[in-house]
Design a protein around this ligand. Structure first.
Ligand code: NAD
Length: 541
């Protein structure tokens, strides 16, 4: 236990590298990409002190070049899930009794390793296997992940420092215990930083974890495990398994020591997991913590006073960066009639200027969508739109999966305020726009609020401060992260804690102490200095 009230290094956001043409950092990253592209890896599971491989291998291929194999990973079964649970429980006592400053130092070390020697590998893995361009990889796999690691250490000590008052003669102390059991982290494909943060945030608070990454994020998941190991993470604290989701669920959600779920992914999957946990509630030692950040149908609303160029740029960046596969990506916009022609011209010109292809060619703004399933789903939405009378595609609308899963960024205009693609999450580069009568702003805000089940991100564009204020009030439950005159993507750890409500999740705000506190079970300790020895109070008699 520490002998000192330590402070931790003040966290600062990791500066984003520019990767300008001719720069050494760009050359180094692209060289690393080439090395990885031209070799193969075999990703094991990490269970306790073992790297476990199986004969059930799945290939890893770049989404933008799906015939080119860059490695494989071992698929496990329920026995591996059970082994991971056993390993997590075996590591628990040592980890939770370690002084917090030593726990903190592992994550701070991981942050520095990622900012330095691991940076190119993590970014290149994310470019290669998740099809992110240089900048999308840098802001996710390097900067956001580093920020999670650094800021969460500060948030952890901020939590520990929160103590109750003590009255004369007594001392009240709050101890932030880890949960009694293990935590199950399930991560999505789209952010390397989220994949790393889901297990790391629970582990930081003294828990041991079983982590199941997405099958399409396994390449960078391996680099994450290598990073944690290099930083000194003890065996068994984070156990990474690559198994079928339901197989993992069957073992874990029936286990008495299951104590928490840290999930990010789609709403439907999360709701099913919650149901399973609810049905099994009598089997657990404690009530499990359930944290889930899920889907979105994120909006941009423009007021008649807004600048067309700003609205158009927010749409082309906010909807199409990383092929619209950010939970925060705008996928519906409400544009007033007075600026529509200018917005339309700007968007169509922007989309025409986009280049699409491999992230290895840095002139490509757009890369591939993650896999064939996603490609087919997005393509079927585009086919559906083409058949409708009340919608028109004004840009994009083509797709081709012969070499990679490429979908042209697509902009749809509809006259139906409840058009299907204004309501449902597509999770691809498809933006649907509804043009409203410029004098119907307030009614349009009500429409925005009531059109979708989600409430993740949203933005208002307005030069008129009264209109901006009205939108902020009327849309108070429509988004967990709300932006004024900015696109709704790109939340930064320590600056804009992230998460949505309604169908978008439990809103426990990743990258803040609100999230970390969920991985603790506080114990109140009251100590009395002069303990009574007679039951009779003064008032008696
Ligand atoms: P997904 O729901 O398909 O998969 C997420 C994870 O759940 C994967 O690891 C998957 O293997 C696992 N899984 C699926 N079925 C399971 C089951 N029955 N039991 C256990 N695990 C199971 O999501 P995805 O396609 O990887 O990611 C995209 C989704 O994530 C979108 O809906 C997006 O909006 C959401 N997302 C939300 C946030 C946020 O912060 N709100 C951030 C990123 C992504």
């Amino acid at each position: 236990m520490p002998k000192g009230i330590f402070t931790v290094p003040v966290p600062v956001n990791e500066p984003v590298r520019a990767y300008a043409p001719g720069s050494a950092e760009r050359e180094s990253l692209l060289k690393q990409y080439d090395i990885m592209y031209n070799s193969t890896i075999d990703v094991p599971m990490y269970i306790g002190n073992k790297k476990v491989t199986t004969s059930n291998k799945k290939s890893i291929t770049p989404p933008h070049d799906h015939q080119h194999v860059i490695g494989s990973f071992s698929y496990g079964d329920k026995t591996h899930v059970q082994d991971a649970v056993d390993a997590a429980l075996a590591a628990k006592e040592g980890w939770e009794n370690l002084g917090w400053e030593h726990r903190a130092s592992i994550f701070l070390k991981a942050a520095e390793l990622l900012a330095g020697p691991f940076r190119d590998r993590m970014n290149a893995a994310t470019m290669l296997a998740q099809s992110k361009n240089v900048m999308q990889a840098e802001i996710d796999a390097a900067c956001e992940f580093i920020d999670f690691l650094r800021f969460n250490v500060q948030f952890m000590v901020d939590i520990y420092a929160k103590q109750p008052q003590s009255a004369p003669g007594i001392w009240n102390r709050l101890e932030y215990r880890p949960l009694e059991g293990f935590v199950f982290a399930i991560s999505p494909f789209n952010f390397t930083s989220i994949a790393g943060n889901l297990p790391a945030s629970a582990a930081m608070m003294g828990n041991t974890v079983i982590w199941k990454p997405s099958d399409t994020q396994v390449y960078s998941a391996k680099v994450i495990m290598d990073l944690f190991k290099e930083a000194g993470m003890p065996d068994g604290v984070i156990n990474m398994i690559t198994v079928d989701g339901p197989d993992a669920g069957e073992v874990i959600f029936n286990h008495r020591d299951f104590a928490g779920l840290h999930f990010t992914g789609s709403t439907g999957v999360f709701q099913n997991l919650w149901k399973t946990i609810g049905n099994n509630i009598h089997k657990y030692r404690t009530y499990p913590r359930i944290v889930g950040e899920t889907g979105g149908k994120d909006f941009i609303v423009a007021h008649k006073s807004s600048h067309a160029a700003q609205v158009a740029t927010a749409i082309t960046r906010g909807s199409f960066e990383f092929q619209g596969q950010k939970c925060s990506a705008s996928s519906r916009a409400y544009v007033p009639s007075n600026i529509w022609e200018d917005v339309k011209t700007a968007i169509v010109n922007d989309v025409k200027s986009f280049k699409m292809g491999s992230p290895a060619d840095t002139s490509n703004y757009i890369n591939a969508v993650i896999d064939e399933r996603a490609f087919d789903k997005i393509a079927s939405y585009i086919d559906f739109i083409k058949e409708q009378e009340d919608a028109e595609i004004i840009a994009g609308g083509t797709y081709d999966k012969s070499k990679g899963y490429f979908i042209e960024p697509t902009v749809v205009v509809t006259t139906n305020p409840k058009f299907r693609t204004l309501c449902e999450e597509i999770f691809g580069p498809v933006m649907t726009i509804y043009v409203y009568d410029e004098n119907e702003f307030e009614a349009t805000l009500e429409l925005v609020d009531s059109t979708s089940d989600y409430a993740l991100t949203g933005a208002i564009f307005s030069q008129d401060i009264y209109a901006a204020e009205l939108a902020t009030k009327k849309l108070k439950n429509a988004a967990g992260n709300f932006y004024v005159n900015d696109k709704p993507t790109g939340a930064v750890v320590g600056q804009q804690p992230f998460g949505g409500a309604r169908g978008s999740g439990t809103n426990d705000k990743a990258g803040s102490e609100l999230n970390l506190i969920r991985w603790t079970s506080p114990r109140m300790i009251k100590e009395t200095f002069v303990t009574p020895t007679d039951y009779r109070y003064e008032w008696l008699g």
